[in-house]
Design a protein around this ligand. Structure first.
Ligand code: NAD
Length: 321
């Protein structure tokens, strides 16, 4: 098999490219470099520079590299950006996905792995979120991921494509410093950014109904997440694989924002005490995955803990700043 990884030069996509090619899979990356960094990719992985919305380019790449499966990560991913520019998010994340799936079906490609997100659930009031927890996204980004899942499953049924939708929880860390997240949209790099300016980290809301009053999240090391993609790709490539699979990718363990910020201070050193600000709209008090289905269906469980995520992210931050 040859797997096309869209968004392959991105933070998660490059980890997936390393994990899959390191395990002996043939991969080719496609990225428009709007946020991607080519140097993240292993030297032997070809990078096609262009858009996953470009049908002619896709047809050419599928033929030239004899692509037999697609791992689709290319997307716009900022919640705030999706609120201010929802049409861009729907066009790229849903319209672009339709274009890609048409090309996939047209080329007779039979395997498709889709980057979904815990954002599809919104803010459910449950201890552990299972794949049966009702989906009620609270922002356009989460809506585009949910609509994307519907589209992937419908196209899979219509065209005989085996599909897997992976709902990532809170991704952090780096396999090696050069692969670290360069954006400051997730909590770990946001705190590093504050610390490196000599500013106190911020906590948004400390009056939630949680043990220490701050939001509780399920953090997953990006290297574990990359291995989950490998497991999903192999499961879809197995003889007779058919149908669709939708799974949470998390650790099943809640960590509060205050616990995380304290740990980041320990790892980075010299941290000022966190300041508490008001709640942000749409933040669920608790979002922790049940990781049971991924273990059962993919034979995959996360191996790396939160300290490893923070330490590896800090090494990456220092190497890039
Ligand atoms: N980072 C997280 O915490 C998180 C959590 C849940 C889901 N996700 C999903 O994981 C995927 C990857 O996220 P990431 O954190 O690696 O983001 P990223 O921005 O680092 O990677 C996305 C990559 O896609 C590329 N890209 C964007 N639009 C493209 C297009 N039209 N054609 C080709 N390439 C395009 C960008 O250049 C970038 O390299 C996204 O689908 C995102 O929604 C991320």
């Amino acid at each position: 098999m040859t797997w096309l990884i869209t968004g392959g030069a991105g933070y998660i996509g490059a980890h997936v490219a390393h994990a899959m090619s390191g395990a002996g899979e043939r991969v080719v990356a496609l990225d428009d470099l709007s946020a991607g960094i080519p140097a993240r990719l292993p030297a032997h992985v070809p990078l096609v520079e262009g858009s996953a919305l470009d049908s002619a380019l896709l047809e050419g790449v599928f033929a030239e590299h004899a692509v037999t499966g697609v791992v689709h990560l290319a997307a716009h991913k900022q919640v705030a950006g999706s609120v201010t520019d929802p049409t861009l998010y729907y066009r790229e994340n849903v319209g672009g996905l339709a274009t890609l799936l048409e090309a996939v079906a047209g080329a007779g490609i039979g395997r498709f792995v889709f980057s979904s997100s815990a954002a599809v659930y919104g803010a459910p009031d449950v201890d552990l979120i299972t794949e049966d927890t009702p989906c009620a996204p609270v922002n356009p980004y989460g809506e585009t991921k949910l609509a994307g899942e519907w589209l992937v499953r419908a196209a899979g049924r219509a065209h005989g494509i085996a599909t897997a939708c992976l709902r990532y929880f809170n991704v952090a860390g780096a396999a090696v410093p050069g692969l670290a997240d360069r954006g400051v949209f997730n909590v770990v790099p946001m705190v590093f950014d504050r610390l490196s300016r000599g500013e106190a980290p911020r906590i948004f809301g400390a009056d939630y109904p949680t043990p220490d009053g701050t939001c509780v999240r399920d953090y997953i090391h990006v290297a574990d997440l990359a291995e989950a993609h490998l497991a999903a790709a192999r499961r879809l490539a197995a003889p007779g694989a058919a149908g669709d699979l939708t799974v949470n990718i998390g650790r099943g363990e809640g960590v509060s924002v205050r616990e995380l910020v304290t740990l980041i201070g320990e790892v980075a050193g010299g941290a000022l005490p966190a300041v508490v600000e008001g709640r942000r709209p749409g933040d669920a008090p608790r979002a922790v995955a049940s990781a049971a289905l991924a273990e059962r269906e993919l034979g995959w469980t996360a191996r790396r803990g939160v300290r490893e995520m923070v330490e590896s992210a800090w090494a990456g931050w220092r190497s890039g700043n």
